[in-house]
Design a protein around this ligand. Structure first.
Ligand SMILES: *Cc1c(COP(=O)(O)O)cnc(C)c1O
Length: 392
């Protein structure tokens, strides 16, 4: 019977049988009336939790005023959000899109265009092993996910992979054809891999020395996730291009590519998209980024991150975690054996949503305004889940 109910949907991933029907803050409810404490939050998307008042108000107000005049006309929320992002980043111009992959596509196009006009046709983009940049054909080619190079052949040319966290490897890989280096400040989908400190600064110097662009994919790390609005602020690095997605809309689809003045070289017709910068989504993006960019809010993210780190450290002693890493409210632990999917399933049964990006890795990405009581409850449920599964 359940197969009938789900069968009209193309199966692209395995999902539990529950149907989620309502969310509020850090909690989700399913059709069986069960409540879940949500430490996935739409995949690090719901920056302010489920259905926050800021989004309800922005959506309601904007939906009653103007939903979509077309991308060929200006609208006020798009202008307001672009100037807000420019002032937060120190970059100069913004192009909006609808998903992280699309923002990265735009960044790849901008870099290739810049290579054509400024670097006599240089086109190659260096990106990292195990990196993740999206699921379009170009962003799959830019990603370093195991097995992706043979999916949907032929892969798009123009990308070369270097190990993550190793600036020297980037230095060795640069040729006259290299136009940009594209990295995540912290590799998210790879399991929250934090590079050695100084990595982004070293990449910045290399990019300057070789006249190539530094592109930071902050789709997961941006919009407050690591305790500063952009993760790169923690190394005092200003890249040439930043991409944002996920948290930018706090749950609704909007993404952005921000670029420094010297990199902005699109001519009319080079880039577009029907829904790009529509006022409904940019109004939400403005409400979310105004809330998140408040220093008091960001301090709260950093403080909550320390609470999670301490709690995970305690659990790690009892359950033999091999590593605990993260920043702000993006954390992961490595278990001593590949049973992360079992722990995820046990936690689900007990009412906690966590994610297992690798067979031995659990990832935590709660709402940025998660309450400390909810962190404590999550850690209690996680403890039960870890005890249920023989993790040692
Ligand atoms: C999620 C993610 C993307 C892709 O975003 P979509 O909205 O799923 O296209 C790109 N880069 C990073 C770092 C991500 O975490």
């Amino acid at each position: 019977m359940s197969e009938d109910k789900f069968s009209p949907l193309m199966p692209i991933t395995s999902r539990p049988e529950s149907i989620m029907i309502r969310g509020k803050g850090s909690y989700l409810w399913d059709d069986r009336g069960r409540r879940y404490l949500d430490f996935i939050q739409g995949w690090a998307v719901n920056a302010l939790g489920h259905c926050p008042p800021e989004i309800l108000e922005a959506l309601g107000q904007q939906a009653g005023q103007l939903i979509n005049p077309s991308p060929a006309l200006h609208n006020a929320p798009q202008l307001a959000l672009s100037s807000h992002l420019v002032s937060l980043s120190g970059l100069s111009q913004v192009h909006f899109a609808n998903s992280g992959a699309e923002a990265n596509e735009a960044a790849i196009k901008l870099a290739r265009k810049w290579g054509q006009v400024k670097r006599s046709g240089a086109f190659e983009i260096l990106s990292t092993k195990n990196g993740f940049h999206g699921r379009t054909l170009a962003t799959m080619a830019a990603s370093g996910k195991a097995g992706w190079d043979t999916l949907f052949p032929p892969p798009m040319p123009g990308f070369r992979k270097v190990p993550f966290g190793d600036a020297e490897a980037v230095s060795q890989a640069i040729t006259s054809e290299t136009v940009a280096v594209l990295v995540e400040p912290i590799q998210g989908e790879a399991g929250v891999i934090v590079p050695p400190s100084g990595y982004l600064r070293d990449l910045r110097s290399l990019a300057d020395d070789h006249n190539i662009l530094l592109i930071l994919d902050e789709v997961q790390t941006g919009v407050g996730r690591t305790g500063t609005f952009f993760a790169c602020e923690q190394e005092n690095v200003t890249p040439d291009i930043i991409t944002l997605g996920k948290g930018l809309g706090g749950g609704v689809p909007i993404s952005a590519m921000l670029a420094a003045k010297h990199a902005c070289c699109f001519a009319y017709g080079d880039q577009g998209g029907t829904y790009n910068g529509n006022p409904l989504m940019t109004a939400v993006g403005l409400a979310v980024t105004k809330a998140v960019s408040n220093q008091h809010f960001l301090d709260g993210v950093a403080a909550a991150g320390i609470v999670i780190q301490d709690a995970l450290t305690k659990l790690g002693d009892r359950f033999d975690f091999r590593d605990i890493r993260g920043s702000g409210l993006l954390w992961a632990v490595d278990l001593s054996r590949p049973c992360a999917a079992d722990v995820q399933a046990a936690a689900f049964e007990l009412g906690l949503l966590v994610n297992a990006p690798r067979s031995n890795t659990l990832r935590f990405m709660p709402a940025l305004n998660v309450e400390s009581d909810d962190i404590a409850s999550a850690m209690e449920i996680l403890e039960h889940a870890l005890a249920r599964v023989d993790v040692h």
